[in-house]
Design a binder for this molecule. Structure first.
Ligand code: MG
Length: 297
């Protein structure tokens, strides 16, 4: 199942997407689990039962063409920062080490930073670039993991039970800010730096999340082209590490790292500018298509 957040007329809705149709269950039911993707994820079992029990006539009344909705990020305002893996693909470790004249060394433990919730933006549309703030905005396609079942100290053998589903994330990075401030937070959190979506695909639809192609094109030119099989730390390792000492909650989002092919490590380095179109894709999950525009206010 593909679960999205969309704007329909003047309000935001949980939507179940099927081809070119979107079911907006809140149009026919006031059940609180249908109020948002977050409430749906938190109350998934019951919400799913009620969804399946909708009459055909109710489903008809609650279904609109996707042409009539605008997709937003599936969780437009997460309840906590996006947890992000740094250096989780070995080829990316190699390229960034070479670009920084450092000895390439694979991490012994997952490296984790976060992106501010205010950086989250939709799967289509515009990402503002403030040239007075950054001259080095860079792309990073990533597989996003959305937690369903909460947990503390989750063992890696049980970890996949805690995954609700998957999404695509572009971990846009202002490299000048990222390196200048040592900690990544500012450089990873400029407004619009976290395109996400176009929906969450539930975990039952992805047979093996460690065997999906992952790609990024800029203006139609392929820049990143890899597979999630090349992750250094797999999802069980990431989930068990994050939940060790910190309760994971329904709706938490993890960006699992980017493969090689980022802009700053290229020769010569490449960065995004107004007018550029960035397309990020993860196999069987979806496609993000964002245009960079000059920030005007
Ligand atoms: Mg990243």
């Amino acid at each position: 199942m593909k679960i999205a957040t969309c704007r329909y007329r003047t309000s935001d809705h949980l939507a179940i997407i099927q081809n070119d149709m979107a079911l907006l269950p809140a149009l026919v039911s006031k059940y609180p689990g249908f109020a948002s993707t977050l409430s749906f994820i938190r109350d998934y079992r019951k919400a799913r039962e009620l969804l399946d029990a909708l009459q055909e006539s109710e489903k008809d009344r609650a279904t609109v063409l996707t042409d009539n909705i605008t997709l937003l990020a599936p969780i437009p305002r997460p309840t906590k920062n996006i947890m992000c893996l740094g250096w989780n693909y070995s080829e990316h470790v190699m390229e960034t080490s070479a670009a920084s004249n450092r000895e390439a060394k694979l991490p012994e433990h997952p490296i984790v930073f976060t992106k501010n919730v205010t950086s989250v933006t939709g799967p289509d549309g515009e990402v503002p670039l403030d040239a007075a703030v950054t001259q080095q905005l860079d792309w990073e396609v990533e597989l996003g993991v959305v937690i369903g079942k909460p947990g503390y100290a989750i063992g890696s053998e049980n970890s996949m039970e805690h995954v609700f589903g998957y999404t695509v994330i572009n971990d846009l990075s202002a490299r000048d800010l990222q390196f200048q401030h040592k900690q990544f937070f500012i450089g990873k959190s400029v407004d619009g730096a976290c395109p996400m979506g176009p929906w969450i695909v539930t975990a039952d639809e992805i047979a093996d999340p460690h065997r999906l192609y992952i790609r990024c094109d800029v203006n139609g030119v392929r820049k990143q082209d890899s597979s999630t099989e090349h992750m250094i730390f797999d999802l069980p390792a990431i989930i068990s590490t994050l939940s060790r000492g910190m309760q994971l909650e329904a709706g938490d989002i993890i960006a699992t790292g980017t493969p090689d092919g980022v802009g700053f490590a290229r020769t010569p380095p490449e960065f995004l500018k107004p007018g550029d179109e960035v397309v990020c894709e993860v196999e069987n999950v979806g496609v993000l298509r964002n245009t960079i525009v000059e920030r005007t206010g």
